[in-house]
Design a protein. Structure first.
Length: 79
C-alpha cells in the first residue's frame, strides 16, 4: 500500500513547494498508520533467544523516509 500511495502522489510531490511536500508526505504517513501500518527500523539488539527486534521510528522520521521514497525513481522535472 505504501508504494502505491507514493506512486500516486509522486508527480504532485515533485511539483510542490517545500512546505507542501511535507504535507503530502504527512498525508501518506497518516493513511498508512490509519490502516494499522507501522514504520519500523531494525534494532541492534536481539532477544535472549536471538530474535530480531524492530521499533517504530515515529512520525517525524516516517515523514522524512516518505519524502525520500517520493523523490526516488521519479521523472526528472525541469523547473
Amino acid at each position: 500500500v505504501f508504494r502505491s500511495l507514493v506512486k500516486e502522489n509522486q508527480d504532485e510531490y515533485l511539483r510542490a513547494n517545500k512546505m507542501d511536500k511535507n504535507g503530502i508526505a504527512n498525508v501518506i504517513v497518516k493513511a498508512i498508520r490509519d490502516r494499522g501500518g507501522r514504520f519500523l527500523r531494525r534494532c541492534e539488539q536481539t532477544t535472549p533467544t536471538g530474535q530480531v527486534l524492530y521499533v517504530d521510528i515515529g512520525n517525524d522520521q516516517a515523514i522524512v523516509k516518505t519524502c525520500q521514497a517520493l523523490r526516488e525513481n521519479g521523472p526528472r522535472l525541469i523547473a
